[in-house]
Design a protein around this ligand. Structure first.
Ligand code: CA
Length: 241
C-alpha cells in the first residue's frame, strides 16, 4: 500500500514507535502528532488519506479533534480507545469517526480495519494518492492475495484455486495472527445458513495447505488450533501483541 498517508495521533511514546515501524513496514507513509493541537496542524500540512486518532489526548481531546476535522474534511478517521472507554467510542462515531479499535490491538487487525475504511472511502470519493491495486492486495510472508482479481501469488508465482478456497485463504490472511473459530470461518465463507457437513471446512483447509504450504503435512502457514479453529501464521514482527 505504498503512498497511503496516515496521520497517527497518539501521545504514548512507546506506542508511537512500535506503530510507526509496523505501519511503515506495511508500506504506509506515517506522520505523528502527539496531542490534539498538533493533530489539527499536521492535518492541514500533511493532508493524510487516513487518521488514526487516540481518544485520550493532551490539550484537545480526540473527540474534539474528530469534530473539527470532520467539519472540513471527509478523510477516514479510525478512533483508538482504551478499555472502559465504550461511551467515548459511541460519541466518537457520532462526531464522525468511521471505525474504532480498542487497545491493545494487533497490528494486522488494525491494518485490516485501515484497508476496509480506505476502500470504503475510495469507493465514494476517488483518491488519486493510491490505486485500487494497492488497496486490494493482502500479503503475509511470501503469499499475496489480490482480492479484486481472485489471484494468489506465492513467491511471484500465480496459482489458481476455486472461489471458496480463495475466500477462505483471503479471510485467514486478512486476520493473520488471530485465531478464527470454525463457526466464524464457516459463517464467513459459506454463509450463516450453511447446513452441510462441518468436514467441508477441513477439506478446504487441506486443499489450501497442499497449494501454499511447503510441506502440507507439517503446515507452517495455516495452523490448526485444536478444538477451536485455525490461525494464519504471521511472520514474527510488528507492534506488541
Ligand atoms: Ca492517549
Amino acid at each position: 500500500m505504498n503512498g497511503i498517508r496516515v496521520l497517527v495521533v497518539e501521545d504514548e511514546v512507546s506506542f508511537i514507535e512500535a506503530l510507526q515501524v509496523g505501519l511503515e513496514r506495511e508500506g504506509f507513509t506515517v506522520e505523528i502528532a502527539k496531542d490534539g493541537s498538533e493533530a489539527l496542524i499536521a492535518f492541514e500540512k500533511f493532508n493524510p488519506d487516513l487518521i488514526l486518532l487516540d481518544l485520550m489526548l493532551p490539550k484537545i481531546s480526540g473527540i474534539d479533534v474528530c469534530r473539527q476535522i470532520r467539519s472540513r474534511s471527509d478523510v477516514p478517521i479510525i478512533m483508538v480507545t482504551a478499555k472502559g472507554e465504550e461511551i467515548d467510542t459511541v460519541v466518537g462515531l457520532e462526531v464522525g469517526a468511521d471505525d474504532y479499535v480498542s487497545k491493545p490491538y494487533r497490528l494486522k487487525e488494525l491494518v485490516a480495519r485501515m484497508r476496509t475504511v480506505i476502500r470504503r472511502a475510495e469507493k465514494s470519493n476517488r483518491n488519486p494518492n493510491f490505486t485500487e491495486e494497492q488497496l486490494s492486495t493482502i500479503s503475509v510472508g511470501d503469499v499475496e492475495v489480490h482480492v479484486e482479481r481472485y489471484e494468489v501469488k506465492i513467491r511471484d508465482e500465480i496459482i489458481s484455486m476455486p472461489l471458496k478456497e480463495f475466500q477462505l485463504l483471503a479471510f485467514l490472511m486478512e486476520n493473520a495472527g488471530i485465531v478464527l473459530t470454525r463457526d466464524t470461518l464457516i459463517d464467513r465463507v459459506w454463509g450463516m445458513d450453511y447446513v452441510g457437513d462441518t468436514k467441508t471446512l477441513d477439506v478446504h483447509i487441506k486443499r489450501l495447505r497442499s497449494k501454499i504450504e511447503e510441506e502440507p503435512t507439517k503446515p507452517e502457514k495455516i495452523l490448526t488450533v485444536r478444538g477451536v479453529g485455525y490461525r494464519y501464521n504471521k511472520p514474527k514482527s510488528g507492534v506488541a501483541n
